[in-house]
Design a protein around this ligand. Sequence first.
Ligand code: AMP
Length: 423
Amino acid sequence: MLFHSLNIIEPILKSIEQEGYKIPTPIQEEAIPLVLKGSDFLGCAQTGTGKTAAFAIPILQLLHASKTNEKRRRIRSLIVTPTRELAIQIDESFKAYGRFTGLISTVVFGGVNQNSQTAALQRGVDILVATPGRLLDLMNQGYISLRNIEIFVLDEADRMLDMGFIHDVDKIIAALPRKRQSLFFSATMPPEIVKLANSILYKPAKVEITPSATTVDIVKQLVYFVDKGNKNALLIDVLKDEKIKTALVFTRTKHGADKVVKVLKKNDIIAEAIHGNKSQVARQRALANFKSQTTRVLVATDIAARGIDVEDMEFVINFELPNIPETYVHRIGRTGRAGAKGTAYSFCDAEEKAYLKDIEKLICKKIPEIKDHDYPLLDNNPVKAPKQERNHAYRSNIAAAKPSFPGHNHKKTDQKKHKSWSS
Ligand code: AMP
């Protein structure tokens, strides 16, 4: 299928072409016609599936079709997303896809001075992308009114819950007009999320894109078994490979990220850390340096890496394995985007073998081992990781991880399926 067959208007088709997109991703194929029809929408899909365009394109088209001649622009669409990085990237997407529509978007997020954000709001915008805290703050100060919202998007709802934003989200929803179109995206559907979706959406169309298929089908995954104390040395060895122009390295903690950066710098590898202790300006700068390949290695914690979207990023290295298997899927989803090739290396010490087992169960695949390296695992019996640390909350997802489409497994779910989610 081509974008032309989705009834997208010429000014938007032109920008899609400029972005270099040839065919819609599965979520775009499903969501665009449904949203254009005016339906509420529930998408079970994570970052990397093309979900931003799946909502941004039809929103731009609907707002463009009902453009008013009023002098002053009003905020007619609101997108709420959990992290600053995601908010910035969503706003960039609206600007890119909407460049020939005359519609204006802006973004507000915390951690920075509000003046440039309030100035943009006062100039007038059609589309607002926001993180919850700063949005409420600016609403309370009278800079933002949600009275004219026609289309509302709640993005990454499960992360929103994880990050403790649920009360903020409730307050935002209470300020929206009752008559509106609502779109809801979440990578997982635990019961609290189903409840939240039910409270926001009216007879939604539902589409489910199983994220694990991305990892199974596109990203080349390999594991090194290595003692904890040798991970730094192994990382330096791996990075000797000149094919690795840039790599995103994941650690579990902020302190761990800083330590890895220090070691890399000592070995003349240009590296920067991105995590919650860094200021917004420092995070944006680190991301920009990484995107321009000035920085070769970006070391990140999971929360900070949400939404990092770097075109053509080929390598992800799990310096430490996550204890929640879905986090692994999120991490390696940073590469292999929209069909690009990608490689994910994981460094697994003896303690982390249990985590690896959980990951392999989730992705329904055994990750091949690289045996030929200088730091093979010798200490096979360290203190065991406490059992309760392993997360079993998402076990029910394991059964769902059966890939079909090369890239994403998608299925439309019907009203009955929705009922079973809500029960
Ligand atoms: P998202 O899931 O929205 O974070 O998008 C992931 C990446 O896929 C972004 O870099 C988009 O620019 C890219 N992308 C989105 N839709 C398409 C498409 N139809 N073809 C190629 N790339 C796409």
